[in-house]
Design a protein. Structure first.
Length: 357
């Protein structure tokens, strides 16, 4: 029998090959137009990556939570400009609610703490969803709405929504959705053990893992550049100040990887989204967000002005790190929520909570 680690390795290798062939950051940077998008998505979908978290009986790949997070890590290493993480989240929500999963790219909402989406007994939607990733490039939007008896998963077509289009700091499509009066394709209540904050939790874990992958790629780029860039007759990597900066960057990469990997492992092994999962995910989003800010700053110091230019691939990574940092709750929002939980438990419980991790 193939164990979980073998499956994860195989899936990660498959994702790496696809991303290398279809969305190498330098090739996309040099591309004219967006002709690369259709073959990229076709290969992602045909290889089952979009439905990694959906069981086979529901038409998914059924590779499990752990393998799905490995795919997300690899997607971060390539700064993937496609709604893979969003479609994985959408597929998971639909499968949990027992709703048939459509083909094509999807996005999810809400993905900010300020937004609230409601659905009444007649199935009428109301509310606004801001900063929805890849709004103009998705066919369907999967919503976690608040019903009168609990959270409800709802499926709508993007074209039926009133969307104010924009772009994220990464340059990817992003939109504000007005959902009042939008016709539902399907709706279903979530199981009782899945709370209304599940999308924010799982989305935060997704972004933390993508940040970890992106930071690893940034570190690799910075190290190679430091070896090649000559100043005053020798590679800049020979200078102590640059070595110190690279060591700091490596520390941020390791911290983001450890925190996000721990959160992914907690979700993989948990039977429900309990307090332990919340603590792991909150810590991961906070630490990964901090690492994204600090790591991007260090990398741009190593590269100097060249890293900010449109022609250089460093900006493809750092701009996505900044965008992912804000999705599904910033580190300050998660820190406030985590602090309230710890304070409510009382001072005597702080060490037991930390030691139990």
């Amino acid at each position: 029998m193939t164990d979980t680690s073998d499956i994860s390795s195989l899936i990660a290798e498959s994702a790496t090959r696809i991303f290398h062939d279809r969305c190498d950051p330098q090739a996309i940077n040099n591309a004219k137009g967006v002709c690369w998008k259709e073959p990229l998505w076709r290969d992602i979908e045909e290889n089952g990556l979009t439905l990694s978290w959906v069981d086979e009986e529901r038409g998914g790949a059924g590779v499990g939570i752990a393998a799905g997070f490995d795919v997300l890590y690899v997607s971060g290493q390539f700064a993937i400009p496609a709604p893979l993480g969003e479609t994985m989240l959408a597929g998971w929500l639909l499968s949990q609610a027992g709703i048939a999963i459509p083909s094509g790219p999807m996005s999810v909402a809400p993905c900010t703490r300020q937004d609230r989406i409601f659905i009444d007994k007649k199935g009428a939607l109301s509310g606004t969803a801001r900063s929805v990733p890849f709004a103009s490039e998705t066919r369907h939007l999967v919503l976690l709405a608040q019903g009168e008896e609990g959270p409800v998963t709802a499926l709508v077509e993007t074209k039926d929504c009133n969307v104010k289009e924009g772009t994220s700091i990464a340059g990817d499509p992003q939109g504000k959705f007005s959902l009042d009066g939008v016709t539902l394709l399907a709706q279903s209540a979530l199981p009782p053990d899945i709370g209304s904050d599940v999308l924010m939790l799982l989305g935060a874990a997704v972004r933390a893992r993508q940040i970890a992958g992106g930071l690893q790629a940034v570190l690799d780029l910075a190290v190679e550049y430091a070896k090649e860039r000559i100043a005053f007759g020798r590679p800049i990597g020979k200078f102590q100040a640059v070595q110190h900066n690279l060591a700091r960057l490596a520390g941020e990469v390791a911290a983001a990887d450890a925190a996000s990997g721990s959160a992914a492992d907690a979700i993989h092994h948990a039977k429900c989204f309990d307090e332990a999962v919340f603590l792991e995910v909150a810590a991961a989003k906070i630490r990964a967000g901090e690492a994204a800010g600090e790591g991007a700053a260090i990398a741009h110091q190593v590269f100097g002005a060249i890293g900010f230019t449109q022609e250089h691939i460093l900006q493809r990574y750092t701009r996505r790190l900044w965008a992912w940092r804000d999705d599904f709750g910033t580190e300050s929002e998660w820190a406030e929520k985590l602090g309230r939980r710890i304070a409510a438990a009382g001072a005597d419980q702080l060490w037991p909570i930390l030691a139990a991790r």
